[in-house]
Design a protein around this ligand. Structure first.
Ligand code: SF4
Ligand code: SF4
Length: 398
């Protein structure tokens, strides 16, 4: 077991064998940093030196680096971890960003999160101590790759199987801006940086304060990319100031359109409109099918863990009413329960105002399955449609 992060000076230093996440330029830079920087000063600070034994080839699109280090797939990574050939996984901070399902990668090889370290290659290396401090245990890393939050719980489209249950929100529900501002600043006490922040709903363009939310996020997290996630029904009615506000945000900020069949004949119009506004954007393929994964029967422990380990939505970290959770369901299940008089669990959230809370505690708690996960099944695709009026259980449940 690694003693990384333990400041106790050992008589004899062992070597730690590490796999590196990915094999892109950041992964390659990480290896140079470990060899030419970290390993040269590690012993001085009571840390073991680290020997890189392989790249874990995640994307299958990056070419094999020419440094002689092996490139392995997930099965081989799993074998190396299980047989003790590899002790830890290292991730370059630049690779730990966005809406990637990191936890599923780790769980897929049976890796204990205690044995994952982020190497913060973006910090300043002015002293030897700053070099060893760049190696940060996963749970202590003060950066979230991804955060999303609602600025409207209701929607103007009301798709069946909307995982936020927006069609069941019968009157407009907006967060209180002052309260949200306080909550985002509270989050900043635990996370210095967030790579990607998505403002969504429901339909976020329904919120008349949307520009204030964008400016708020830009001031609290100026290095974050901000995406507005919209069904685009109202996009061409938005004022120029909305697009100008987004253009003033960090590079990579813009509009992400989730496209539904009702907008099928509007794609070219939307593209011309957004090109004219000069704002960055992305448009999904038409969502002509929709995933359904909710059930009313409670899973056993084995199915729960299997489901959580493969659920990509556990990385959709959501901030809602002063709480944070691995996904949005701890916050939106109330709408399903109220509408259908059900009692699905509404657990899984961490209150940011709890006493003695730390970054480590938050990250540990949002990395574990919770009761609500027992009611998510393996998803089944069906044709997209809007909900019945009044809505019926088959709009939502397998
Ligand atoms: S457009 Fe999006 S938020 Fe609105 S109901 Fe459909 S899936 Fe839900
Ligand atoms: S409740 Fe659990 S299983 Fe369901 S979407 Fe959220 S994280 Fe995934």
């Amino acid at each position: 077991m690694s003693t990384l992060g333990n400041d106790t000076l050992q008589e004899e230093k062992e070597m730690i064998n590490a796999i590196v996440f990915g094999q892109n330029i950041y992964s390659q830079y990480l290896i140079k940093f470990m060899e030419n920087g970290y390993n040269k000063v590690a012993n001085e600070f009571g840390k073991e030196t680290i020997h890189i034994i392989a790249y874990w080839n995640i994307s299958h699109s990056d070419p094999l680096p020419e440094d002689g280090i092996a490139s392995i797939d997930s099965n081989k990574a799993k074998e190396m971890i299980e047989t003790g050939q590899a002790d830890i996984l290292l991730i370059a901070s630049q690779n730990y960003a966005g809406q990637q399902d990191f936890l599923s990668f780790f769980f897929s090889i049976g890796l204990d999160l205690d044995n994952i370290y982020i190497v913060d290659l973006e910090s300043e290396f002015s002293t030897p101590k700053s070099i060893v401090d760049a190696l940060i245990p996963y749970y202590s890393f003060r950066r979230l790759p991804y955060l999303e939050f609602h600025i409207a719980d209701h929607c103007n489209l009301n798709c069946a199987n909307c995982e936020h249950y927006s069609g069941l929100v019968k009157t407009p529900v907006f967060p209180d801006f002052a309260k949200f501002s306080q909550d985002l600043n509270r989050l900043k006490l635990f996370f210095d940086e967030i790579s990607l922040i998505r403002i969504l709903g429901g339909e976020p363009l329904l919120n008349p304060e949307i520009e204030d939310y964008i400016k708020l996020v830009g001031s609290v997290y100026p290095n974050a990319m901000i995406h507005i996630v919209t069904n685009a029904l109202l996009l061409q009615k938005m004022p120029d100031s909305f697009f100008d506000t987004l253009k003033n945000c960090h590079d990579g900020s813009g509009i992400w359109i989730s496209l539904y069949p009702v907008m099928n004949d509007k794609i070219d119009d939307l593209k011309s409109f957004l090109n004219e506004k000069g704002v960055a954007y992305g448009i999904s393929d038409i969502n002509s099918t929709f995933r359904k994964q909710q059930k009313l029967e409670r899973s056993d422990d084995e199915s729960l863990i299997k489901k959580f380990n493969t659920c990509f939505q556990k990385g959709c970290v959501n901030l809602y009413d002063g709480k944070i959770a691995a996904c949005f369901l701890p916050f939106t299940t109330k709408y399903f329960n109220q509408y259908f008089n059900e009692s699905l669990p509404e657990d899984g959230a961490v209150d940011l105002y709890e006493e003695c809370l730390t970054t480590e505690i938050i990250r540990q708690r949002i990395s574990k399955p919770f009761e609500r996960c027992r009611y998510c099944a393996e998803p089944v695709d069906g044709p997209w449609h809007t909900i019945h009026n009044p809505s019926t259980l088959d709009d939502w449940v397998l």
